[in-house]
Design a protein around this ligand. Structure first.
Ligand code: PHE
Length: 456
């Protein structure tokens, strides 16, 4: 193979030189995109920041911000044939741009620290659901609070990180890509079944209305930043994952078409998740704006009301845990690859050290959602929320901005690499060079309060 293979930081999730088949790539990219972001984060953020109007904002962010950035990141990866940082370097020869990949490394590391907490909750709920003990007490809110208030989430987070570490060390991620081909359709079948059940519940209509009927008076300046952060998070953008993926895409594949497929796939999962969660929330009189526990409180109620609920509940949480695991593995790969090349370590050492540090940051996150550290607040948020906020709403947009400016202004062949032609090329350039960067900067400045400071 070429000389990239010798570069330790090039060790990606698959074998360098390995390429995805066209359909395989779409599945793998949807597999990275679909995860806790769609089924856990999307519903609770939508519930908290304005329902239908927020959903519209999210779709808008997907189209005018996330899609152009996704095409740019895939093009950077395919053009540079490297990882989050080395691709920038190979295309520009500039250390500054290679350094911009660092934002993604830090973001991936921070996201994994709380992502693994929620993945741990999911595994715990799968076990409780299969055993039936979840349904022995209908106070699901109380159950969730008792669980997150204890030390038990730390144990489940540890299990999740240990599995991720095992996968990364074995390098069986090409197996994971095959696994995605079964997992992604399997998950959608279970979800569609749940959706039909949820929509048939008495009082479900109010939930559908909350989710799909926009009431723009509910939006605040913060909703816009949240929608943008969520679009980056759920499309796995701004942290090098899609750049790494891009390096395994065949030259003949059109990145524009592939990106639209990934965007639509990701949006469908969010839409179905919303059509499960909100009808159930309203049917059972649960508060939609209650935060990270939403899915864990609402879904057990739905499962308990259906035939074979404990079986379905178990199946659902297992599939969700697996979807989370595929995303978590791609998150762990980003800092691991960086640590390997930065400190010249073996893959094994780099992965073990990175996992230990992620766990060290993850334990306080796990204990801050109702647990012993829940009284610690930074800027009004608990540890879990502040890590999520900094990573998703600040670092991911900044990482995305770096890719946008790079593909728009620095690396001149980005459009050619993406394979876009005619009007599509013009639209993409316009979004990439003008609209997307301006929007990211404006949303960013206004919601962090810096805009008021500059204007005044
Ligand atoms: N997109 C994933 C989800 O929605 C999370 C993720 C973010 C995965 C960034 C990889 C990289 O759950």
């Amino acid at each position: 193979m070429n000389k990239q293979q010798a570069h330790p930081s090039d060790a990606g999730p698959s074998n360098p030189g390995d390429q995805f088949s066209k359909a395989g790539f779409i599945f793998a990219a949807i597999g990275s995109a679909v995860g806790l972001g769609n089924l856990w984060k999307f519903p609770y953020i939508t519930g908290k920041f304005g329902g239908g109007a927020f959903f519209m904002l999210f779709i808008l962010c997907l189209i005018i911000i996330a899609l152009p950035v996704l095409i740019a990141e895939l093009a950077i990866g395919r053009g540079g044939r490297g990882n989050a940082s080395s691709s920038f370097y190979k295309l520009s020869g500039s250390k500054f741009w290679a350094g911009s990949g660092l934002i993604g490394v830090v973001a991936a590391f921070m996201i994994l620290s709380f992502y693994s907490v929620v993945a741990g909750w999911t595994v715990y709920y799968a076990v409780k659901s299969f055993s039936g003990s979840l349904f022995s007490n209908p106070d699901y809110n109380g159950q969730f609070e008792a669980f997150t208030g204890s030390w038990s989430p730390v144990f489940w987070q540890f299990i999740v990180l240990a599995i991720c570490l095992f996968v990364i060390l074995k390098g069986v991620s090409s197996g994971i890509e095959k696994f995605n081909k079964v997992l992604i359709p399997g998950l959608v079948i279970v979800l569609l079944f749940l959706m039909v059940q949820a929509l048939r519940l008495p009082g479900a209509g109010a939930g559908v209305e909350f989710f799909l009927k926009p009431d723009f008076s509910k939006l605040t300046g913060h909703s816009v930043l949240e929608a943008m952060g969520l679009a980056f998070f759920s499309m796995s953008l701004g942290m090098g994952a899609m750049i790494t993926f891009g390096s395994y895409v065949q030259k003949e594949q059109s990145l524009g078409t592939a990106s639209i497929a990934v965007g639509l796939g990701n949006l469908s999962y969010a839409l179905i998740a919303g059509l499960i969660i909100f009808p159930t929330t309203f049917a059972f009189g649960i508060e939609p704006a209650q935060g990270p526990g939403l899915v864990f409180v609402v879904l057990p109620a739905a499962f308990s009301a259906m035939p074979f609920g404990s079986l379905f509940g178990g199946l659902f949480f297992v599939l969700l845990a697996m979807a989370a695991l595929t995303s978590a593995v791609s998150l762990l790969e980003v800092p691991t690859a960086y640590v390997m090349s930065r400190w010249n370590l073996s893959r094994k050492k780099a992965a073990v050290y990175t996992t230990i540090v992620v766990f060290a940051l993850g334990v306080p996150a796990a204990l801050s959602v109702g647990g012993v550290l829940s009284d610690i607040h930074i800027f009004g948020k608990n540890i879990f929320d502040i890590i999520d906020y900094i990573a998703s709403n600040i670092l991911l947009p900044l990482g995305g901005l770096a890719g946008t400016i790079f593909a728009g202004y620095v690396w001149k062949k980005a459009g050619e690499e993406a394979g876009l032609q005619g009007i599509w090329y013009k639209i993409w350039r316009f979004l990439l060079c003008v609209i997307t960067p301006i929007l990211i900067v404006l949303v960013f400045l206004s919601s962090t309060g810096l805009l008021d400071w500059i204007i005044v």
